[in-house]
Design a protein around this ligand. Structure first.
Ligand code: PEP
Length: 256
């Protein structure tokens, strides 16, 4: 089954709202609308920039989509500092990253919490980008395939096949994030291929072959072509390189 490539730019905790507006404007000029027939593109700003991005996307009827970097597992209530899926849906968010390794590491997010967040996103019609991937010591121990697929299946626990179809998976080896050490395309392909194995076993061939699996970890315009040429890599979750409009749009055009 042909899967449309998808590039998502994770801005992390960067850019104020003026910088966010400038970046989206530059992306809009540098990536002509015709590209969106061949590649889906999203930006994932900090919560405080989402409204600014929404105004530009809606006002100019851009095909660029946007989302958030996290959400609460709850819909509303006494959860100081949290932002719910209902709130993100109201802001027109199409995507939300869930279980990014920085959330797992700095906020102690467990697979159980990640699973609740995946469900919360789907409940509000937002596509979760479920991030999975191993730390260096796990790879060195040769446990990366088992570790990553176990994380994936925990994150999807309790979902029906038709819900899993709506999930995007991002394989992000922790040792490659923000380090400049990109996984080789064959290493990334090995894991992205393996990710489809339990999906096939549990949810069937249609789901396994339709779920988009992204690679993330030091992706740039210089390495995207080789990555997306691999059969099971359907695009990228891009951190650092998504903050530079020229680099990001070049990368998106190469993935198209
Ligand atoms: C990320 O934040 O998900 C990421 C992959 O970052 P970078 O591209 O900077 O490695």
């Amino acid at each position: 089954m042909a899967r449309k490539p998808f590039i998502a730019g994770n801005w992390k905790m960067n850019l104020n709202h003026l910088e966010a507006i400038a970046l989206v404007q530059k992306i809009a000029f540098a990536l002509p609308e015709k590209y969106y027939a061949k590649v889906d593109v999203a930006v994932l700003p900090p919560f405080t920039d989402i409204r600014s991005v929404q105004t530009l996307v809606d006002g100019d009827k851009l095909s660029l989509t946007y989302g958030a970097q996290d959400l609460s597992p709850h819909d509303s209530g006494a959860y100081t500092g949290d932002v719910s899926g209902a709130m993100l849906a109201k802001l027109g968010c199409s995507y939300v990253t869930v279980g990014h390794s920085e959330r797992r590491e700095y906020h102690g997010e467990s697979d159980e919490l990640v699973n609740k967040k995946v469900k919360a996103a789907l409940k509000h019609g937002i596509t979760p980008i479920l991030c999975v991937g191993e730390k260096l010591e796990v790879r060195e121990a040769g446990e990366h395939l088992h570790h990553t697929t176990a994380q994936l299946m925990e994150g999807l626990k309790g979902l029906k096949a038709e819900q899993v179809k709506d999930v995007v998976v991002a394989y992000e080896p922790v040792w490659a994030i923000g380090t400049g050490k990109v996984a080789s395309s064959s290493d990334a392909e090995e894991v992205c291929r393996e990710i489809r194995v339990p999906l096939r076993e549990k949810y069937g061939e249609e789901v396994a072959s339709s779920v988009r699996v992204l690679y993330g970890g030091s992706v740039k315009s210089g390495n995207i072509s080789e990555l997306v040429a691999a059969t099971n890599i359907d695009g990228a979750l891009v951190g650092g390189a998504s903050l530079d409009a020229d680099e990001f749009t070049k990368l998106c055009a190469l993935a198209a």
